[in-house]
Design a protein around this ligand. Sequence first.
Ligand code: ASP
Length: 581
Amino acid sequence: MYRTHTCGELRMSHIGQEVRLSGWVQKSRDLGGMTFIDLRDRYGITQLAFNMDTHKDLCERARKLGREYVIQARGKVIERSSKNKNIPTGEIEIEVQDFTILNASKTPPFTIVDDTDGGEELRMKYRYLDLRRNPLKEKLQLRHKLALETRKYLDQQDFMEIETPYLIKSTPEGARDFVVPSRMHPGQFYALPQSPQTFKQLLMVAGYDRYFQIVKCFRDEDLRADRQPEFTQIDCEMSFVERDDVLEIFEGLVKYLFKKIKGIELEDFPHMEYDEAMRLYGSDKPDLRFDMHFVELNDVVKNKGFKIFDEAELVIGINAKGCASFSRKQLDKLTKFVKTPQVGAQGMVYVKYNEDGSFKSSVDKFYSQEDLALWAEKFEAEKGDLFLILSGETAKVRYQLNRLRLELAEQLQLAKPDDYKPLWIVNFPLLEWDEETQRHHAMHHPFTSPVAEDMDTLKDQPGEVKANAYDMVINGIEIGGGSIRIHDRELQKQMFDALGFTEEEAREQFGFLMNAFEYGAPPHGGIALGFDRLAALFGGTDSIRDYIAFPKNNAGRDMMIDSPSPIAIEQLDELGLQLKK
Ligand code: ASP
């Protein structure tokens, strides 16, 4: 028997027991008469004590053990003379009677401690060593718990977990597919699913009216910080439902998880129209932990001789409460921020509403104290507030002010870490215009249904149509999204028309789904939540990578197994990817 207990298990109540433990040598301390070894496994650390007086040979052997050696020790649980209050096993130690080395270890390239000295790259390369550290272990444990509780909740709600294939044909999510060459069919390829979208809809046709799957998805997108080419979704689909049925179940899931795992009771999630989110926050994923909503100023700023505002399509600002005391330097820093290429504004106007009731602005030349008092009314301002104002073309200036709003919130530390502000964004546009290809794209995917009121508009003004689609947003992070689907053939045809697909093209890509829909497709809809992201949110960080056991780096590489990598000529030949010489 390798062990009777784990290294996290023994307490005062075990005193006097003969035990066996197996684990890794965390560190050893040699105090002359005594040698101590911290033995570690997944469950914790237990101190092994070797006595030079009574067990000289053993003690000498123990002194030779290197870090990360795997050993098995046998001994008696005794009370420690100097207790360690910081660990659960800190009141006891093992008086070792014998031990064996189960395996030696090279000196690890970084120390396996909570605050390690290992750089990011090195830790990625030796991920299996990094995973021995507590911070990563705790994150994976949290992920496991989230998955388990998700399954419990959905099972209680009659959902069935059904696996769908990974070797499929192109999916409709709009990113690039990863493809897999077929050896048996040279020149032909499978695609890895960007999501199980089409299959889950087929499952609805098949009558499995509540499906879910915690599933890998693959998207060959341009890499951005913290985006993984393969990631995990909690993917779901339901039949005989309307939008609010879907929202209720998945709001319920997230509330359940918060309660179970963090002990937090979330309030009901407010619903916000996409248009309103854009108008008030310039973003379809507003962080509502702080307010600073946008205030539109067109009707109080125009025709006073300030050309920049006169020519702007939209003049908008935010009220930074209590920030009138900002120094020149702080304001310059914000101006510099909005002018960075990533934000792209030409400049920023500020107005200080001083404590004495006067105004001081960067546009005093054009606007009188009375003018500025009107602005203050718009901002519903109090003395001591600061208004920051941008102007320009509507979509651009909203984007820029969103960036400024978030930057300012960060500088002022307005977002409290343990505050959670979820909401639903509803009624997204159905289509978005793509300048490059000069045609409409489905904003969500081509099976998303328009909202009932807009069904008739699809033909004549497709750009105006709202989709019956929704996103779940928490603290400025898009946790997931979904939609009610089109289950009517005629409507699907209209949708393909609006997307500029010919009947033939649509058949070629989605024929299997369109065929299936001719055999009694029920009304259905669904959602997918980003599982890695949800885990990171629960863990209180932005970085999803830490919540994935073996992630890729920012360049999409697996540093440990060194992938992607070239393959042998023979393999290429076999796959029909290269002509034989
Ligand atoms: N398949 C969609 C996605 O991955 C989610 C859904 O519509 O259910 O975003």
